[in-house]
Design a protein around this ligand. Structure first.
Ligand code: FAD
Length: 407
């Protein structure tokens, strides 16, 4: 058994690194345990909306990312089934222009992880450290974490940032994530010269398929394709060549340049994900999520796996991290970490309950809207496509959804 750590963060993805950095910014040191042997690149890039930029500002890393990634001018959505087309400007065009000024950039996953990791004190991240279980008996204020290689570690505070299949969430009694019956394939193209695409998020809806692309920088373009799952998806999931062919098949009827982007992507940037969601209604959080689990909590996908259709998973993980660190900052002043006991653990537990209570409505709202968006956008039957193109678009244009995300 190693020495007892004050704060252990399980998982070194966006949520884990942002949480460790947010804690560092308020003067709290933590140890990040990551199962992989380096920072994970799968997923290529993320859309970062204004809520994410606010969080990145608070974390003090936005200036190292902002200059390198293009501010999008707008979102363009169109249907190849009916020809319906929607444009949502994201930048104000000047006096009298009612369009929103929403900071929105698509940034590479690795750049975000590196920007967060670079700001952490040396030795904060321990790779090759996969947590397989944790234990805590009711009278002890300490949590023991068991690692896959047989080591174990004791911690006063544990923050689970270990993604969709979180060991910590399972231990806290959350139901396992459920498949949504949808998959997403994404990848990235890097050009040697300027690509000359407009600075847009472009989405095209077809029969049961959604595809599109986003300009990251003048030379980089991120693309995505989603549809409902097929039984053979599990077989091809780990084979990037076959995943690329599946993506090309999905966009057969789609306008260029989507197929061209897919063909031009190095296979190592291509990734397929089975989309998961976990429904924990806000009024259920008191029963499952935060009852009597001591000084242990969860952040990011571990807490709220969601559909990617609002592009909010990582944005919400950043929000969680900043929110949690602010809650902890207030309470930790009255906790003597050197003299850790039951009373101290109870104060942290109360603080974690407060964090979860304060996050639950926003998180549940975003998870629900993302679910509806995904379901509606991939309509394949005639009725579903009619609802999507003639009712959903005009009534709930992306502009209102973005206001919701922004709030
Ligand atoms: C197709 C798709 C597109 C998306 N697009 C966007 C977007 O545009 N914008 C956006 O904001 N979000 C987007 N998301 C969501 C985003 O990818 C996730 O919400 C985000 O990555 C969650 O971060 P996380 O750190 O919680 O989890 P993860 O990124 O999964 O990180 C978890 C980390 O924990 C580690 N880990 C796991 N288990 C253990 C263990 N037992 N012990 C130690 N370490 C462990 C993993 O190796 C990993 O490094 C998208 C998701 C998908 C699937």
């Amino acid at each position: 058994m190693e020495k007892c750590e004050d704060i252990v963060v399980v998982g070194g993805g966006v949520a884990g690194l942002a949480t460790a950095l947010a804690l560092h910014r308020v003067g709290l040191r933590s140890l990040v345990l990551e199962r992989a042997d380096c920072l994970r690149t799968a997923g290529a890039a993320f859309m970062m909306w204004p809520n994410a930029w606010k969080a990145l500002d608070a974390l003090g890393v936005s200036d190292s990312l902002r200059p390198f990634y293009s501010q999008l001018d707008g979102i363009r959505g169109s249907s190849i089934c009916t020809g319906v087309c929607k444009n949502v400007p994201l930048k104000s065009g000047g006096k009298g222009d009612s369009s929103m000024k929403l900071e929105s950039r698509c940034i590479e996953r690795m750049a975000l992880l590196e920007a967060l990791a670079k700001e952490l004190p040396v030795g904060s991240i321990r790779f090759n450290s996969k947590i397989v279980s944790l234990h805590r008996d009711t009278i002890s204020p300490f949590t023991t974490l068991e690692l896959a290689d047989g080591r174990s570690l004791t911690a006063k505070i544990v923050i689970g940032c270990d993604g969709v299949y979180s060991v910590i969430a399972r231990w806290m009694g959350l139901p396992p994530p459920k498949t949504t019956g949808r998959i997403a394939i994404r990848g990235m193209v890097t050009y040697t010269e300027d690509h000359h695409f407009e600075k847009l998020m472009l989405q095209v809806w077809g029969k049961g398929v959604k595809a599109g692309f986003i300009t990251c920088t003048d030379k980089k373009v991120y693309w995505f394709v989603t549809r409902r799952s097929h039984p053979q998806d599990a077989e091809i999931c780990g084979d990037a060549e076959r995943v690329m062919h599946a993506a090309l098949e999905m966009v057969r009827d789609f306008p260029e340049p989507i197929a061209e982007l897919i063909k031009s992507s190095p296979v190592e940037t291509i990734n397929m994900a089975d989309l998961k969601v976990r429904w924990v209604w806000p009024w259920e959080w008191g029963r499952g999520v935060e009852k009597g689990k001591g000084s242990v909590t969860i952040v990011g996908d571990a807490l709220h796996p969601m559909m990617p259709d609002l592009a909010q998973g990582a944005c919400m993980a950043l929000e969680d991290a900043v929110h949690l660190s602010r809650c902890l900052e207030q309470v930790i002043k009255s906790v003597n970490m050197a003299d850790w006991g039951k009373a101290q653990a109870e104060k942290i537990e109360t603080c974690f309950n407060k964090y979860l209570q304060e996050r639950r409505w926003r998180v549940s709202g975003i998870v629900s809207v993302a679910f509806v968006m995904g379901f509606v956008q991939e309509g394949s039957s005639r009725l579903e496509r009619f609802v999507r193109d003639w009712i959903f678009f005009p009534l709930f244009s992306m502009r209102y959804l973005l206001y919701f995300v922004h709030s």
